[in-house]
Design a protein. Sequence first.
Length: 442
Amino acid sequence: MDWRVLGISASILGTDIIVSQRFESVPMNKQLLVRNVPPEICTWIDAQRAQHNMSQQEFVLSVLDQAVESDLELKLPLFASSATVVEKPVPESLPFTFIDLFAGIGGFRSSLEKLGGRCLFSSEWDKYSQKTYKAWYGDTPEGDIRKIKPADIPNHDVMAAGFPCQPFSIAGVSKRQSLGMAHGFKCVTQGNLFFQLVTIIKAKRPPVLFLENVKNLQSHDQGRTWTVIREALEDLGYWIFFQVIDAAAYVPQHRERVYIVCFDKKEFPERPPFEFPKKPEGAKPLLRDILEPNPDPKYTLTPHLWNYLQRYAEGHKAKGNGFGFGLVTPEGISRTLSARYYKDGSEILIPQGGNKPPRRLTPKECARLMGFDEKYQNNLVVSDTQAYRQFGNAVVPKVVEAVGKQILKVLSWKLMEKGCLLKRAETNGHNGNGKAVRKARS
Ligand SMILES: C[S@@+](CC[C@H](N)C(=O)[O-])C[C@H]1O[C@@H](n2cnc3c(N)ncnc32)[C@H](O)[C@@H]1O
């Protein structure tokens, strides 16, 4: 089933409307793609739909329904008869499909849905992350990716995956080395997961891959790990773009991650003009933007732990190591929130003045530090320990959104050029081969 632009399109007061239709044997409803909606209209729609507890689509349709019912005559400069498709460089959203692998708490999903994406499949084996995922997006991811047959994964436009970073991260490597364990691709349990992705890519050929990993993926094992990954993606026939992005431009946290975006050469015979986003203009966010006014006193370090951390840091300093706790004021930005934050919170501590020991961030503050929207911040359904782990492992949704918009730019050019959005379709419970897809557990 394809998305086809029917050629009925217009530009009303700078807002582009493209009318498209999904082609399949049974005629489906037409799809309206509305671009460049003025901010005041978006704000109004968001406020109204929140009030009526409706999705954006449900709300817009119900307004249009009411307009049709009352046969409303619009006093607007209506569709010019000679209207043509106006291509805009960065569309706000497009109706594409995606899958969410190594989904964690859906850092990819929360942003890709905002951009018009529809999630067809997710996989995450940690039961606490599954719990958060279910509470936030309504479905429970499938478990161990190694047990999933590619045939059970629906066809899709974009494969999103923040594959596990432990075997590639510095902490993971040194810990494993000190334990005499293999790491990277020599680590059988985790390193092989990348090749699990390769198997799925081979079978499903997603037109776009959107991957994320720790910064040191590129230097790990003297660059050999990255060489293996790059060569595997090249051998699969993908154009590869990658860049390290520091989330500090989007959230008050120094968090460098490598983002890898690939395009299938079969869909894009020419190297697409993809570019990573430019740094957002304006003042950088600061820690004060995410702090709660009256955090629970339970987040204050005990005098015993605070003394221990100070002594520990002094010991390291004497040995010439920089290792220690990280005090950060509201006017600063934090170090990287790690999955180990639950242990003592030493990497990000907030001073509280006087002789009072500092405090750690609350889980809600961690949600904000990562840039998760308010609806997620206010819906934390696991213990503090699990929440800290989940946020420390997650991708920053605002970076995903910024990179995702750049991907949409390429997809929209494709849409204009081909008249349909790639070749991947919604499945209505079936994959492209007509085989029934296992329903996500819920
Ligand atoms: C780096 S985190 C990704 C986090 C995610 N991007 C997010 O925004 O929350 C990697 C995730 O992969 C999951 N994972 C590791 N091995 C897995 C496997 N074999 N099957 C499914 N999930 C797995 C981990 O539980 C972890 O949540």
